[in-house]
Design a protein around this ligand. Structure first.
Ligand code: CA
Length: 382
């Protein structure tokens, strides 16, 4: 019988970088003044340590993880599924979605990291094995800068991504149909016809506007139209899908398999975007992927975090089965955030590799990356 890995301590690291005025940017509904992160560190007796990351408000996630920790200390870290269910059962009444699930995601990822290190294999081996060792990355950026004119700034930015070798990119919209259409057209012209271009409204439209925008910009060959409307309105997602030609994507704010089951049953999206740091960790993600696969819906996970969250996503995406089945398989994308964030990759002692438009899947034990204590200290929030 395998040795146990008894959990001794669970702690969080809340990190913060204050963006300089010229680095600040906006999505449809928010302005980014800081880059926050909540990392979870689970330590076992004997010193084995695993890392995870929580999507969303860092301090609130940290408080929730601290509350959950008491349930898990003294238990075997390798009992991943029983540990997940123990926490979920205790928080279910107020926590089927939202912060409870994002906090639990960070813990779950850390437990899988521990299991990988315990058995000496990357997490993707524990999940059944990888279909690929590197993943094509699309650049996420193209937000509206606070201090510059949007159109020229976004065109300059996507041109940089094209020059860096990205074969796909995603820009932010949700700033009004006229302005968005002009920026999308300018971006398509700048990057040429061969690179993939996705648009993300961060639910800044309602169905009427989203449909009009989609009809208007479909000629620019858009890979998907992400979060056209607020995530609560699944029927509005269906309207947008039915009444404009661009494939619809969403899912980064849906948590847990029940939320995804509803979206999948309604066929609310063409492209499902669970985030391993938000949907419930690897444990829940694989159930969500199984449902999407059963329904014939594409999965392209959402990624927005530091090297820890990125490594978790890479492990997860490497295990997504090729769909549809054919010789020249369609590959899933890795979402590569390129917005200002000084410690995003600096955090990894052994940095993630990007070459020829692809990002390598770390092949060390667990997540395959280890946060640098000096970087953790340098960006620790007061
Ligand atoms: Ca998004």
């Amino acid at each position: 019988m395998a040795r146990a890995a008894k959990i001794e301590r669970i702690r969080t690291h809340v990190l913060r970088y204050r963006l300089k005025p010229e680095e600040k940017f906006q999505s449809a509904f928010s302005t980014f003044h800081d880059r926050w992160a909540c990392l979870v560190e689970v330590t076992c007796e004997g010193g084995l340590t695993g890392w995870g990351e929580c999507l969303g408000p860092a301090r609130a996630n940290a408080a929730t993880v601290a509350d959950m920790a008491g349930l898990l200390v003294g238990r075997d870290a390798l009992d991943i599924e029983p540990n997940w269910l123990l926490v979920y059962d205790q928080f279910r009444d107020q926590g089927q979605r939202g912060l409870t699930m994002t906090a639990l995601s960070g813990i779950d990822i850390a437990l899988w990291d521990i299991a990988g290190k315990h058995f000496g294999v990357p997490v993707n081996r524990l999940l059944g094995g990888a279909f690929r060792t590197s993943i094509p990355a699309y650049a996420t950026g193209g937000f509206r800068p606070v201090e510059r004119k949007r159109r020229e700034a976004v065109v300059e930015e996507v041109s940089r991504y094209a020059a860096a070798g990205f074969t796909g990119m995603k820009i932010k919209i949700g700033f009004g149909i006229e302005d968005d259409a002009a920026v999308i057209g300018a971006v398509r012209e700048a990057i040429g016809p061969d690179r993939a271009l996705m648009i993300d409204a961060n639910h800044g439209y309602d169905a009427v506007e989203a449909i009009r925008l989609g009809q208007r910009v479909a000629e620019f060959d858009i890979g998907w139209f992400e979060e056209p409307v607020v995530p609560e309105h699944l029927e509005a997602y269906r309207d947008v899908r039915a009444r404009q030609p661009i494939p619809v994507a969403g899912g980064e704010t849906w948590h847990g398999r029940t939320a995804f089951a509803e979206a999948i049953r309604l066929r609310a999206v063409d492209v499902l975007q669970p985030d391993v740091c938000g949907c419930g960790g690897f444990t829940e993600l694989r159930k969500i992927v199984a449902m999407a696969e059963t329904a014939g819906i594409r999965v392209v996970p959402h990624v927005w975090g530091t090297a820890v969250g990125m490594a978790a996503a890479l492990q997860a995406i490497s295990t997504l089965p090729p769909t549809p089945p054919r010789h020249e398989a369609r590959e899933p994308w890795f979402e590569y955030d390129r917005t200002p964030h000084p410690y995003r990759e600096e955090l990894a002692g052994n940095p993630l590799t990007f070459a020829d438009g692809r990002i390598g899947v770390p092949d060390g034990p667990g997540l395959g990356i280890e946060p640098d204590p000096q970087v953790l200290a340098a960006y620790a929030a007061e």
